[in-house]
Design a protein. Structure first.
Length: 409
């Protein structure tokens, strides 16, 4: 299929409808981000990377939990080999996304679609895994076929057990990938077309299937980075992978349908291509709206109060917490950052209680409920795993958090 054209970059049908949908996502996403204090959004966005990892892992058939992901990031792994493998996959995803997203802001790539960059996503992910896991995965186990992190595949690939080749053969893959990186260079698109290009390039990259294994994970990481480069969901306040996972069968069906050739068998069927792009955009909008509802900023006071009520008694390994701390947590959530000297007054503690105020702040920092860069730096909100089910119960429900009584309960 090396003569199979990737052109046009965007669907030739339903383009007006698609651009309208893209504009709605862009506006809704920016509105969501604008409702939250920047420092709070930054802390929450980093925590939501756990969900990107959790759901991307789930799409690939590996289930873990937020508690287990946090444990893995702290180098604490299950003794069960399958659970440990799932932990390692998720931790690698989180760390890769963190690193590359920071670079998108500070040192953006010249061409995010270049093979140099996309292969870096692939190698960054796999190089965080143990050597024994650097083999392709099939039928619930490892094969003897090495992944070769960052290297372009050198064999045919099939999605139906070998009956039908998928994507270009190894002989034409390099040339076809070159077509992709020129066609979807971010500077080729403007306005709402940037998000539409993110949708289109997601399909094209999965069709190219440039690596021996890990192509789905790389494509989802790539799409998040592509959107962030365009200024969309840079704060990571909603999860594309969550949307795909919750509609996994429809995601796979739309991807496979978009592989269909046109009547001349020289390129992709434009109607199916447009269908996939619309599915991508509808998934984005659904997740933005879900987060608007889940965050329920008008009710965060009540949810923090519920947490503080339970913290009047010991919680697992955590001792009880002074009830006045709740006032500071609320203020930090809404303001994002507060000078240390204001903590006491916010907790309604007078000058004589300055030492007690410092003690409470120290406890909050030790538990990760509050962050600060130094003993004099301003205070910021934190979201340790054990508060997530209180602050955002719909987002971090028991199935996502894992069984109660885990390492971080």
């Amino acid at each position: 299929m090396s003569d199979f054209s990737l052109y046009p970059a965007l669907p030739a049908v339903r383009l007006g409808e698609l651009k309208d949908a893209a504009q709605e996502v862009i506006v809704s996403s920016a509105t969501l981000e604008g409702r939250i204090a920047p420092e709070t959004a930054k802390a929450l966005g980093d925590r939501l990377r756990f969900l990107n990892s959790y759901y991307s892992n789930l799409i690939e058939g590996h289930k873990t939990s937020v508690v287990d992901i946090e444990a893995a990031l702290n180098k604490k792994f299950s003794q069960d080999s399958e659970k440990r493998y799932a932990q390692q996959l998720c931790a690698a995803h989180v760390e890769t996304e963190r690193r590359l997203m920071r670079e998108i802001v500070s040192d953006p790539p010249e061409n995010i679609c270049s093979f140099d960059y996309v292969s870096r996503i692939h190698s960054s992910f796999y190089e965080m895994l143990p050597q024994e896991h650097l083999f392709t995965h099939s039928g619930g186990g490892f094969t003897g076929y090495r992944v070769m992190p960052g290297k372009m595949r050198d064999a045919e690939v099939s999605m139906d057990g070998g009956r039908t080749p998928h994507g270009p053969g190894p002989g034409g893959l390099e040339e076809k990938y070159r077509e992709f990186e020129l066609l979807y260079h971010q500077e080729n698109f403007h306005g709402d077309e940037k998000l539409l290009a993110a949708a289109a390039s997601h399909h094209r990259l999965t069709w190219l299937h440039p690596f021996r294994d890990g192509n789905g994970r790389v494509a989802r990481l790539f799409s998040g980075l592509y959107m962030a480069l365009a200024g969309i969901n840079r704060g990571n306040l909603w999860s594309l992978s969550r949307g795909f996972s919750r509609n996994k069968q429809w995601y796979m069906t739309n991807l496979q349908s978009a592989d269909s050739p046109n009547s001349e068998k020289t390129g992709f069927d434009q109607a199916f291509f447009a269908d996939f792009c619309m599915f991508f955009l509808e998934t984005c909008l659904d997740q933005v709206r879900f987060m608007e509802r889940v965050l329920a900023l008008d009710r965060i006071d009540t949810r923090i109060d519920m947490y503080m009520k339970d913290r009047q008694e010991p919680m697992g390994s955590l001792a009880s917490l002074d009830s006045r701390a709740g006032r500071l947590l609320k203020a930090l959530f809404f303001r994002g950052e507060i000078p240390r000297g204001e903590a006491g007054p916010i907790m309604d503690m007078g000058h004589q209680s300055r030492r007690n105020a410092r003690r409470i702040v120290s406890r909050l920092i030790a538990e990760g409920l509050v962050h600060s860069d130094s003993h004099r730096a301003p205070l910021r909100i934190g979201f340790p795993a054990h508060v997530l089910r209180y602050y955002f119960p719909e987002l971090f429900d028991p199935s996502v958090m894992g069984e109660e009584g885990g390492a971080f309960s």
